[in-house]
Design a protein around this ligand. Structure first.
Ligand code: ADP
Ligand code: MG
Length: 384
């Protein structure tokens, strides 16, 4: 691959040594949105867009990082890890977590770049963190750090060093993914199971609305609070066995919220139904019924748009257009909402038509260019 060759060449020229090469993928989430913080299920997969890192140990304690995509570099030391408020924090944060966990670290050289669109919701940040974790594991810990521990270290790096309060799904999917599989992850227990998805002749296509409405963050916090408020009301009536929306059923919502708090009812009902959709969707995967799976993706979008109200006109339009194109199994907005990408399952032999129609109609209706990213599932973070 051209990128790994050029990273290797840059590494050799700079450090006069051969690097170890690591591939760390981005991720998509097929269904299960806004369920993670409600102790529900998500269904992510690692994709064939990744961060690639050329890494090697140093004899001193210096850290040399080079981000080839940004044409920027960073030099520091493992003795003193200070926040930079830049991309380097994603690497430093992982070194910091390894140190705090009592694992070995040392001076190292890292030259990295990637094919994941940055900041589009495909988790370039988690991919980068996992790649650094894998580097530290291979270079200084003889590969003995458990994958799940690396997932947790990456998450803590982003929470504590970078300062983003994300959940664990992104790191989990990037590290634990498998080609031709999705991961059914229980966000309450972190139990997980792989479900096979037959990707022969199928592509995952992201349509980037390229908008990011300023509402995103405040509405995210509002939704979390609304879910908590709903849980409190059900708990007051049903008792302390109700700890999260995971414990709540539709009959409970009908009884305790529908009349009393119609807005909270809609929010909570969406989450309860989304978990149900996800479990159904996994069954459809097992019987190889991508068509039925896709219908549930549309159902997810409908709920996110009408009941949870985190979509926006651009995302709704992308899903509306996709519905009319032949060879589309299903689609929905992906991520927190108010912008970002839709995710679509598309028959490979209809891809060209899909691409053309999406571009043309979205432009005609909004005056905006959509960016399409076509991907496949692949294995999680690994040494090449
Ligand atoms: P996402 O994870 O959805 O792509 P984030 O905002 O969480 O978006 O993370 C993006 C950040 O991760 C970038 O601003 C940058 O600091 C870092 N990053 C990701 N990919 C790269 C890259 N190829 N080169 C340098 N930094 C990167
Ligand atoms: Mg991220």
């Amino acid at each position: 691959m051209e990128l790994t060759h050029s990273l290797t060449a840059t590494f050799r020229a700079q450090f006069n040594a051969d690097p170890l090469l690591i591939c760390s993928p981005g991720r998509v989430n097929l269904i299960g949105e806004h369920t993670d913080y409600n102790e529900g299920f998500v269904l992510p997969a690692a994709i064939d867009k990744a961060i690639y890192l050329a890494v090697g140990p140093r004899s001193d304690s210096q850290l040399h990082f080079e981000a080839v995509d940004l044409q920027q570099s960073y030099t520091g030391s493992t003795d003193r890890l200070t926040k930079t408020n830049s991309w380097a924090d994603y690497l430093l944060g992982v070194v910091d977590q390894f140190q705090k966990a009592g694992l070995a670290t040392g001076g190292m050289n890292v030259v990295f770049g990637g094919t994941i669109p940055i900041g589009s919701g495909l988790s370039s940040s988690a991919a980068l963190e996992n790649g650094v974790g894998m580097a530290l594991n291979e270079l200084f810990n003889r590969g003995t750090v458990d994958r799940l521990d690396m997932v947790k270290l990456s998450k803590q790096a982003e929470n504590q060093f970078v300062g983003v309060q994300c959940g664990i799904m992104d790191m989990f999917a990037s590290m634990m993914g498998r080609a031709n599989h999705v991961i059914k992850l229980d966000c309450r227990s972190l139990e997980y199971a792989y479900a096979r998805i037959n990707m022969a002749g199928v592509r995952i296509v992201l349509c980037d609305s390229r908008v990011k409405h300023s509402l995103a963050e405040s509405e995210y916090n509002t939704r979390r609070a609304e879910c908590e408020a709903g849980v409190k009301m059900v708990q007051a009536a049903e008792g302390d066995t109700i700890r999260s929306l995971r414990d709540v059923t539709m009959p409970m919502l009908d009884k305790h919220l529908n009349q009393q708090e119609p807005l909270l009812y809609r929010r909570c009902a969406y989450v309860v139904q989304e978990n149900k959709r996800l479990l159904e969707a996994v069954n459809h995967l097992e019987s190889g019924n991508l068509y039925a799976f896709g219908q549930l993706m549309y159902g997810s979008h409908e709920g996110l748009s009408k009941m949870y109200e985190v979509s926006c006109p651009e995302l709704d339009m992308l899903v509306d257009i996709a519905r009319t194109v032949p060879g589309v199994f299903g689609g929905r907005m992906m991520g927190g909402g108010f912008g970002g990408c839709t995710i679509n399952l598309v028959q490979a032999d209809e891809l060209e038509n899909f691409t053309n129609v999406m571009r043309k109609r979205f432009l005609a209706r909004t005056g905006l260019e959509t960016l399409l990213h076509v991907c496949q599932t692949q294995n999680g973070t690994h040494v090449l």
